[in-house]
Design a protein. Structure first.
Length: 80
């Protein structure tokens, strides 16, 4: 069993879309017993270059899943 979080949320402070995405990710992961982590892209120049204005970006199992908005049903399906 992996100890790595299955979901990664890339965000930045003061981002209202990030706040909404965080709520969805937290709710879904709590419901399903999955782990997740949030990464502030402003802490890493490479992440800022990579994601720029597409935040929030969610990854599931290391692959990009969504950006800008997190679809709750789609995230649940990806984690099923």
């Amino acid at each position: 069993m992996s100890t790595e979080p299955r979901v990664t949320l890339y965000s930045r402070p003061g981002c209202h879309l990030c706040d909404a995405a965080r709520e969805v990710v937290a709710r879904v992961c709590d419901d399903l017993g999955e782990t997740w982590v949030e990464v502030d892209i402003e802490s890493d120049g490479d992440l800022q270059d990579r994601f720029g204005e597409e935040i929030p970006v969610t990854f599931v199992d290391g692959r990009q899943h969504d950006f800008w908005r997190v679809d709750e049903a789609r995230l649940r399906a990806a984690l099923a």
